[in-house]
Design a protein around this ligand. Structure first.
Ligand code: NAP
Length: 248
């Protein structure tokens, strides 16, 4: 297998776990990041130690010029693209809707929604048989928040992930006859840095009792589903939204 996978936000958390699982499954991996070059470089070294090619690619997925530059570097660095994981995502501090500044909501939609659109667009241009490509698979990271709404926490984030769900359904049907499968994973409460970035470093442990399985999930448990959706084992699965949330 000589095919490459781009993981946005691959430097930490669910993205980094996905990079390692994908490498074990035979993928060459491009690890996108926006800030933390050292973590991205560490993931690249781990993928290379597994015998696959890897490259770290800086770029803010919410910035079209940076996305275009990232894909150009990817084209030059690795074998042809056959997979994309739209994993880069952000939350913000807990707030009610009646407290939210426009800039906050715009950032939430820009990174979580626009970023997924821009990266998927570039991937489809490369992978679609309608564009001369050889097909591929896209996995979008949604969230259980899309179902729950996250009142009093981050309704803006939840709404952005609701848009990711609908984007998944529409794009899946749009490119289904062009060799590309598009699916989404909706993680529940997963033990990563994202909670600290929203000012709640203890959130995963604190909310564990609300999870039917009584524990937060691990990044690798989400990565397992992502890598399955990318694989030929999921060859008839498209437009699916898979909950990985311990029953929550
Ligand atoms: P995380 O640990 O906070 O890691 C976020 C990753 O995204 C980092 O690699 C970060 O890069 C990158 N990133 C952030 N903004 C970016 C941007 N504008 N452009 C490019 N990369 C960017 O997050 P996580 O918990 O692994 O979450 C991964 C995905 O799962 C997100 O979409 C999140 O919404 C979703 N999710 C997570 C949970 C959870 O409980 N953890 C639950 C449901 C859904 P740097 O290292 O350079 O900062």
């Amino acid at each position: 297998m000589d095919r490459s996978l781009l993981i946005t936000g691959g430097s930490r958390g669910i993205g980094a776990a996905t990079a390692l699982r994908a490498a074990r499954a035979g993928w060459h991996v491009a690890v996108n990041y926006v800030r933390d070059a050292a973590s991205a470089d560490a993931v690249v070294a781990q993928v290379q130690a597994l015998g696959r090619q890897a490259v770290a690619l800086p770029g803010d997925v919410a910035d079209e010029a940076q996305v275009l530059a990232m894909f150009q570097r990817l084209d030059a660095a690795l074998p042809p693209l056959a997979g994309l994981v739209n994993n880069a995502g952000v939350v913000d501090v807990a707030a009610r809707v009646d407290e939210m500044a426009a800039a906050r909501v715009q950032r939430m939609l820009a990174v979580n929604v626009l970023g997924s659109f821009l990266c998927a667009r570039e991937a489809v241009r490369r992978m679609s048989t309608a564009h001369g490509g050889r097909g591929g698979a896209i996995v979008n990271l949604s969230s259980a928040a899309a179902r729950l709404g996250s009142p009093g926490q981050y309704v803006d984030y939840a709404a952005a992930k609701g848009a990711v769900d609908t984007f998944t359904l529409g794009l899946a049907r749009e490119v289904a006859a062009e060799g590309i499968r598009v699916n989404a994973v909706r993680p529940g409460i997963i033990d990563t840095d994202i909670h600290a970035s929203g000012g709640q470093p203890d959130r995963a442990a604190r909310l564990a009792a609300q999870v039917p399985m009584q524990r937060p999930g691990q990044a690798d448990e989400v990565a397992a589903t992502i890598v399955w959706l990318l694989s030929d084992d999921a060859s008839y699965t498209t437009g699916a939204i898979v909950d990985v949330s311990g029953g929550r």
